[in-house]
Ligand binder design. Sequence first.
Ligand SMILES: [Zn+2]
Length: 352
Amino acid sequence: MYILGLDIGGTKTEAALSKTCPGDGKKTTARRGTPPLTLTLPDVASTKLSIFARKRIPTTRRAGFATIVTQLTELCSELLAHEKIGAKDLSAIGIGLPGSVDPVSGKMLFGNTIALAGKDLARELASGLKLARSARTACKIVCENDANCFALAEALCGAGAEFAEKSKKPIAETMGVGVILGTGVGGGIVIGGRILRGRQGGAGEIGHTELYTNGHACYCGRNGCAEGYLSGAGFEAHFASRIYSQIEKRPDAKGIFDLCRDGDPIASAVVQQYRRELAKFLGHLTNILDPDYFVLGGGMSNAPQIYEGLRARIQRHCFLPDTAPAVYRHALGDSSGVIGAALLAFQKVAAN
Ligand SMILES: [Zn+2]
């Protein structure tokens, strides 16, 4: 059985081709640095998913929907042709999208790549690849929020697998929250190895919860959203507001962390405030969900400084004593989206 995973990100679009193979009864071992190419699902332990080919292209998010569909179809066709596999041989396709996805229609409701909003990408891709979707054996195409794909991949094969190993608690009994601290702030909640979608696909839209009353204006129309403070852009804007015109060139997030490491007082104060805000944010989520762990992704998650003393800081915002969850840095790098999309498609087929 062949499964295709796709991830349409803000800057890159990735495809990963995988096939199912008999499982050996062993769990997937969490490895950091290189994404595992063979994945075992906790609830389908007799089967493994082996990723054997992948390809990346840049995303042209402002080029319009028709161009995105054409590029995506070409990407899939080229990958399949290279591996001498026909589109009709695919059992399922999983697509990660940069926004909330309606769980019934599969259409993206809202997100920063406006060209995709309200469009039936699954239908267009099926048409482009000439897939018959009405037949009993038709290829299933499932779309999902990319932050949910990230959280699922990390839950099953990355940080979640690491937590399960350490705690001796099976993945099927754990709850993990994926938090992306990148260009924006997104999230995904995975319970027992399954994505929590909510009534209309909006579960895990944590970036637009209010961190400050009357705070910064957000593009979503509200004020004080967590995204305005915890995203890379929010962090850089905070530093810029503190230096006024003292230096010509404004440093990016990595530059600010470097300045902090070198003892710059303004950068240190900005990093310190970021730590406090992140702890407050994760503390609020803990009081609502009481998860086993958080796994952080996105550019800001690569800065070791944000993890210093984080768990103790989170605890200050928790109602119950000693409830601050474990916090992990992502284990699968920037391939977690495409891995999660493939895993989701696999789950869809395995459930039928
Ligand atoms: Zn907002």
